[in-house]
Write a protein that binds this ligand. Structure first.
Ligand code: NCD
Length: 308
């Protein structure tokens, strides 16, 4: 049985196969309308979410399956003190696959150890978010034609942003990738990302503070929200939250074929006027999230060969 807890749980080849399947699904979603008939997805969300939970549910419904679950910790038995290990043992008898989001880093990994069904990490604290990464990779590949040879600027909260950590980890496996890590001093990527991912793989990267100076060099700009819920005090959040705001003026500095991604939700780090720029890819990215999760569910349930 396979789980998806960390972006490296799938090899580059396996990741490529999931993205290929997601592309075929995007071209003809209706053709997959009954692949998961009779199967159930449980969404166990101990932390708020709109897109991730609903895109998982939409994905399973699009495949002809059904969904059950909870959307907040206080509406589950976690509020009574039940452990993740006990919850997953029980859910294994109710569903065929589950997606779990948890504020505690490592909770989905722990669940996987006790689970009788595939567990998908839908975000664990400030740690990893591998299904957002699949969504990001699909969007980058569709915009740029491949995942290699790209200069990727990640901008904003690189410290607490789990989507950033997972994306760097995954992209570091592709040839010719380089990173511009654009953040205020206080929100730089965690040291482990540098020591365990970037340095050992010999990936060129620069830690910089200026978005304007970085713009002309980028193939991809990955904007992120300052992760308010992970701050220890509100003053720091208020001081840092508006460090980077992407505007049409800044977009003028970028290449005509750059793509702007954002995992969403956006607060005010991208102004609304940028939405009309053809380089804005974030809403298409959110739509791709459904296709890639359909491909992932099929793959983890061993149904990818059922495709006609
Ligand atoms: C991200 C997350 O939950 O980490 N959202 C998402 O899944 N699309 C990014 C964020 O909350 O800023």
């Amino acid at each position: 049985m396979r789980h998806l807890i960390d972006p490296l749980d799938f090899s580059v080849e396996e990741t490529g196969r999931i993205l290929d399947l997601a592309d075929r699904i995007a071209a003809d979603p209706k053709a997959y309308g009954s692949v998961c008939a009779g199967r159930k997805l449980a969404t166990l969300f101990y932390e708020p979410s709109t897109r991730t939970r609903l895109s998982f549910e939409a994905a399973m419904l699009n495949l002809g399956g059904s969904v059950l679950g909870f959307a907040t910790a206080d509406s589950s038995s976690a509020a009574k003190g039940e452990s993740v290990a006990d919850t997953i043992r029980v859910i294994s008898g109710y569903a065929d696959i589950c997606a779990m989001r948890h504020p505690k880093e490592g909770a989905p990994l722990r669940a996987a150890r006790y689970s009788g069904i595939p567990v998908i990490n839908a975000g664990d604290g400030g740690h990893q978010h591998p299904t957002q990464t699949l969504t990001d990779l699909m969007t980058i590949r569709r915009r740029k034609g491949s995942l290699g040879g790209l200069t990727i600027g990640l901008c904003g909260d690189l410290k607490f942003g789990r989507t950033v950590h997972s994306l760097i980890k995954s992209l570091a496996r592709y040839e010719g990738v380089r990173f511009l890590l654009i953040s205020p001093e206080e929100l730089r990527v965690p040291e482990y990302v540098i020591q365990e991912v970037l340095r050992p793989n010999g990936i060129p990267f620069e830690e910089v503070t200026s978005l304007e100076e970085s713009m002309p060099r980028l193939d991809i700009l990955y904007m992120t929200r300052v992760q308010r819920e992970r701050f220890f005090n509100e003053e720091d959040y208020i001081r840092l939250k508006d460090t980077y705001i992407l505007t049409p003026e800044k977009m003028k500095l970028a290449r005509p074929d750059m793509a702007v991604l954002h995992p969403l939700p956006r607060v005010n780090e991208i102004t609304l006027e940028v939405d009309d720029d053809p380089r804005a890819a974030y809403f298409e990215q959110a739509q791709n999230g459904v296709y890639v999760r359909m491909a992932l569910i099929m793959t983890l349930l061993g149904l990818e060969k059922e495709e006609r």
